[in-house]
Design a protein around this ligand. Sequence first.
Ligand SMILES: Nc1ncnc2c1ncn2[C@@H]1O[C@H](COP(=O)(O)OP(=O)(O)OP(=O)(O)O)[C@@H](O)[C@H]1O
Length: 268
Amino acid sequence: MAPAEALTQKPLVKLEHVTKIFSNGTIALKDMSLTVCQGQFVSLLGPSGCGKSTALRIMASLGDVTRGTIDWPTSRISAKGKPEGDISFVFQEPTLMPWATVFDNVFLPLKLRGKSKAGVRDEIMAALATVGLQDFPNAYPRELSGGMKMRVSIARALVTKPKLLLMDEPFAALDEITRQKLNDDVLRLWHATGITVIFVTHSVFESAYLSNRIVVMRARPGQVFDDFPLDTSQERDESYRTSEEYRLACEKVSRSLQGAIQAAGGEH
Ligand SMILES: Nc1ncnc2c1ncn2[C@@H]1O[C@H](COP(=O)(O)OP(=O)(O)OP(=O)(O)O)[C@@H](O)[C@H]1O
């Protein structure tokens, strides 16, 4: 079921011996190395405070590293050293502009790149269609459910056609049914686009359902504790949720997470 790109194993982003120490002395990441390849769907799990968000923010150039390097082997790098246009970020909050329509919210990243609204109308409508919101371009955020707002946020992230989608607990605040629907939406768009996804979650079940690779982090110091692929030969759908394969995948992720929790040391 994995997109063809997942089989190429071309590195997209490489964190090498990354350490991040905040100005208050907190060591969020210590000597963390991680290579994510094109087309992978990686779930990043770990106990609270192990540095998942910090690792994601560093990849998105939303924070500097204290030591170590981040490489983008296949991307064009801007003068500022960033792989411009290649990355989108989806946060736990949809962070929509309440005064703007769905269409205008999705237009924002293109507007920031100097595009005219008329010129990118088709791209915006295509992004909305990807998340099933093609009938709501003129709606305002206040008229939408929590799940629909998150869909707008995903459409806004996709409209620039990024290579890498970073998602930081995007569905944590949603009810279980909405969350499962959005999980299916994200899988559908992963298949359709071949995009690389790094998905931070606290949910063993969500990670086992979505990803073809699990990276478990430990805390104190924040670094990779475990890293393993998941079998994706079986279609991820409703029947998968009650299958033995899914139960075994959840068990494997859960065991690894328990190991990471027990491994946490006293370093701050
Ligand atoms: N701006 C900051 N200044 C100082 N310390 C920070 C800052 N941001 C995060 N930290 C600390 O760095 C460590 C890692 O935080 P981070 O948010 O990356 O962890 P996390 O694994 O994403 O946690 P959670 O699962 O609770 O969201 C924590 O100890 C946190 O308190």
